[in-house]
Design a protein around this ligand. Sequence first.
Ligand code: THU
Length: 132
Amino acid sequence: MTTQELAQKAMEMIKMAYAPYSHFRVGAAVECDDGTVYTGCNIENAAFTPTNCAERTAIFKAVSEGHLRFRRIAVAGETEDFTAPCGVCRQVMLEFSPDMEVLMVNRRGQVRAVSLRDLMPYGFDASGMENR
Ligand code: THU
């Protein structure tokens, strides 16, 4: 799948967002190492804390279907600015694929690519629990 196609899938998911509180709708599409793509949207909650970002929705759908390694994830917002993944989503990405790429997509379909390594320096992973 091309970068533009993955970005398009993320943009299409914006319409599925459940965001009655923030009105900030986000879509995502994650590409697994075998090329399979899972999509997601943000899902908010009246209690706020249970809110799930679009990226985690897509990743959790993939993991629940047996995919643990990812090449890229596209995250699309409706703003002129590029929507960057929150810290929780970066942590979830790090768990599965520290070398994956993040494609941020703005409302015009423009794409800014950045590596998770650059977004998440000195992150905590399983190696942090060794040598106790
Ligand atoms: N959100 C995402 O889904 N992904 C991001 O990368 C940034 C934030 C959602 C969470 C919440 O529903 C809304 O955007 C406002 O923070």
